[in-house]
Design a protein around this ligand. Structure first.
Ligand code: DLL
Length: 433
């Protein structure tokens, strides 16, 4: 049986959703014009005033916001409310530049937690469930977001945060946790550790996992589902817009429903900025139409995906996005060819490896090199060089046919690649261009 947190809005007819979006967009543009001089200036540069925005059809007239704007306006330049009305910040790790700091009023936090509650109920969660939140707590949005959602659903919440894997497993087993929330790479690691401890899928009380914050393949999903004996649901989000729960999967496990009463999604051509039709692949752009403290209009996420309004078997009507294929900025260009780490991962998993790998890109004598280091599973581990080189050859061929370019493959011993408790670091690009 499909469960909904707010069925009247999650299953509303498209006309109703558009009505809500029209109304909220007009209000939001006025709010930003009145309170965010940075964005007002961008509108003025285009000769726009709030009177030009009458409905979602006018959205495309508005200027984009990018990560560069967030950096320029850091820390307070995009705030829509005075400090006295804000109650929290969350922040990204800042590994690719200055951190993003997002602000929240209590209203913003309530809406964010409702989005996470929708995701938990879509994964089958009820107040009978024991929900272990193993995303990091603190500045990262994963822990606080799912924690709040879990409370709203009424689950017994175990706020383990990330790390201390054996303690995580102890809580899952002792408290009979039924829902696990963490990154997919950490879920795979927990599964690996539980297997080593002798727990099979039938011994593990979990029934569902809500995994996101990084790209993961369908093959990895099947692997995690088999090891933990669960149904694994994807969840997407970004700090700039609130955190997890911008979109989430339902029982159909076929794309993530975007919470369209809070966020308007567009797909654009990343090179020209042109809005693309439904079904086309491009960069995902969001306008937050409900946020007070950090209202972003036409924010370019750099995530690449497609949108569909095809009817979903779960009964929800909100538009679905595909799993992000990668980011415009984690797309590697190797010898002129666009390569996404997710493509490499799907070849590895198809050939029986776990998702323990690292991609090292370098430039030697002006030529790009691609070195894929992947762990053998304990079952395939051997010191028979003939066997290893046959496996390597098979991988080189699989990668060549997926990517169109040749990669060097190094098979390494089980457990030699560092595990991650949060987002996994998959790519090391040593090129200095
Ligand atoms: O990762 C929020 C989050 C926490 C989402 C927990 C889901 C679960 P940031 O650290 O700001 O926020 O990173 C946002 O992570 O633009 C995507 O590139 C990537 N990302 C997030 N969810 C997914 C997903 C959180 N399900 C950036 N699949 C986004 C692929 C994802 N990529």
């Amino acid at each position: 049986m499909e469960r909904y947190y707010q069925p009247e809005i999650e299953c509303a007819p498209l006309e109703r959703i558009q009505e809500i979006q029209n109304e909220k967009l007009v209000k939001q543009v006025q709010h930003v014009w009145d309170n965010v001089p940075y964005y007002r200036h961008l509108m003025e540069e285009k000769g726009l005033t709030p009177a030009d925005i009458k409905s979602i059809d006018d959205l495309k007239k508005l200027p984009f916001l990018t990560k560069a704007d967030l950096r320029e306006a850091y820390p307070y330049g995009l705030m829509g409310k005075p400090l006295k009305d804000c109650v929290r910040i969350q922040s990204t790790s800042g590994t690719t530049g200055k951190r993003v700091v997002a602000f929240y009023t209590q209203h913003d936090i309530d809406l964010w937690e409702e989005c996470c509650a929708r995701a938990i109920m879509a994964a089958g969660g009820t107040s009978e469930d024991v929900c272990q939140v193993s995303y990091g707590y603190g500045l990262f949005t994963g822990g606080p977001g799912l924690n709040g959602g879990s409370h709203k659903v009424g689950c017994l919440t175990i706020p383990t945060s990330s790390g201390n894997t054996d303690r995580q497993i102890m809580f899952i087993m002792d408290l009979q946790a039924t829902i696990l929330c963490c990154t997919p790479s950490y879920a795979a690691y927990l599964g690996e550790r539980m297997k080593e401890m002798g727990y099979g899928p039938d011994d593990i009380p979990l029934k569902a996992g809500i995994f996101g914050a990084e790209a993961w393949s369908e093959e990895m999903r099947r692997d995690i589902e088999a090891t933990l004996g669960i149904k694994a649901y994807d969840i997407y989000g970004l700090t700039e817009l609130s955190g997890p729960g911008v979109s989430f999967e339902c029982s159909a496990q076929s794309g993530m429903h975007i919470n369209e009463d809070h966020f308007i999604a567009e797909i654009i051509d990343p090179d020209t900025g042109e809005v693309l039709p439904e079904g086309a692949q491009g960069e995902l752009v969001f306008t937050s139409i409900d946020k007070e403290a950090f209202p972003l209009i036409r924010y370019r996420t750099r995530d690449i995906c497609t949108l569909t309004r095809e009817k979903c078997s779960c009964g929800r009507t909100h538009v679905r996005m595909t799993k992000p294929k990668g980011r415009t900025d984690d797309m590697l260009i190797i010898r002129g060819v666009n390569v996404f780490p997710s493509q490499i991962e799907s070849v590895l998993i198809k050939q029986g490896y776990a998702a323990n790998y690292q991609i090292v890109v370098d430039r030697v004598n002006n030529t790009d090199t691609l070195d894929v280091q992947v762990e053998m599973t304990p079952e395939m581990f051997t010191d028979n060089m003939g066997e290893i080189s046959a496996r390597q050859k098979e991988l080189v061929e699989g990668l060549k046919s997926m990517l169109g370019i040749k990669a060097k493959v190094s098979l390494v011993a089980p457990k030699s690649i560092a595990r991650s408790e949060g987002k996994a670091v998959r790519v090391i690009d040593k090129r200095k261009i």
